[in-house]
Design a protein around this ligand. Structure first.
Ligand code: DGL
Length: 263
């Protein structure tokens, strides 16, 4: 496989760009292709079978575009489909899972919250991780009902977003959590809104940096790190409207292309 081939990243929609940003920060010369499957978002209420078949569709599309490694920038797709993807494809595949382990290790109140989709919280993989690392503490699992559609619409500061976050923040405060794990790649885009509603001593964590580090490790291990230090080709595709995708990536607008494409 060619070292200059792109890294392929996919999510159910625009949220995985929060992960892409961490990857691009750590590996600024890597070429990348991002697929936002916004036409099928949210994945969070679909069955494991549906999520798996959408994940296969996205991976096939990225491989057709010549990607050397796949990042599943979606907790819901990872927790439901990563085993199938890894058994089906030869390329290295990296997934994202809620950072329940660091939260469980660091909590002082012995109470942590996790905000994620229904699909992630009901997955076998999440249950296994939660049992392994957090069985001695209390874990408040909150389904972020309604959040992904609002983020897909770019309504990050809307009254409806505020109303929903207010409900979730109250549950977290009542449970005396000192860590909040963001278990959905869309949610880093609402951190500032959450911080306004939560006490200062609640630490919010996500898995973006860990995924970026793991991407670098796997590229090195497979001899796939791009050694060229020229301006990379950074392509973003959505199979629905591209407005929110372009808005969330506006700081990179000079260097990227954002296009609508069927996949
Ligand atoms: N961004 C996705 C995640 O990390 C899923 C959102 C959805 O489509 O429900 O879980």
């Amino acid at each position: 496989m060619n070292k200059q081939a792109p890294i392929g990243v996919f999510d159910s929609g625009v949220g995985g760009t929060s992960i892409w940003k961490k990857i691009h920060e750590l590996l600024p010369y890597e070429n990348t292709i991002y697929l936002a499957d916004s036409k099928n978002a949210p994945y969070g209420y679909k069955s494991a079978e549906e999520i798996t078949s959408l994940s296969i569709k996205n991976t096939d599309a990225l491989l057709k575009l010549g990607c050397k490694l796949i990042v599943v920038a979606c907790n819901t797709a990872t927790t439901n489909a990563i085993a199938t993807l890894r058994s089906k494809y030869e390329v290295p595949i990296i997934g994202i899972e809620p950072a329940i382990k660091p939260a469980a290790l660091k909590t002082k109140t012995k109470s942590v919250g996790i905000l994620a989709t229904k699909g992630t919280l009901s997955s076998i993989l999440f249950h296994r991780t939660s049992y392994e690392f957090a069985k001695d503490i209390s874990v408040l699992e909150i389904v972020g009902e309604g959040l992904v559609p609002l983020i897909e619409e770019g309504k990050l500061e809307s009254p409806e977003m505020h109303r929903l976050l207010h409900i979730y923040a109250k549950q977290l405060i009542d449970a005396n959590v000192d860590y909040l794990v963001l278990g959905c790649s869309h949610y880093p885009y609402i951190v500032s809104q959450l911080k306004e509603l939560l006490p200062d001593d609640v630490t919010i964590i996500d898995s973006g940096e860990a995924v970026a580090r793991q991407t670098k490790i796997l590229l090195e291990r497979h001899g796939l790190l791009n050694e060229r230090t020229v301006k990379p080709n950074l392509q973003f595709f959505s199979n629905a409207k591209i407005d929110t995708l372009a808005m969330l990536l506006s700081e990179y607008s000079e260097d990227i292309s954002v296009t609508k494409m069927e996949f």
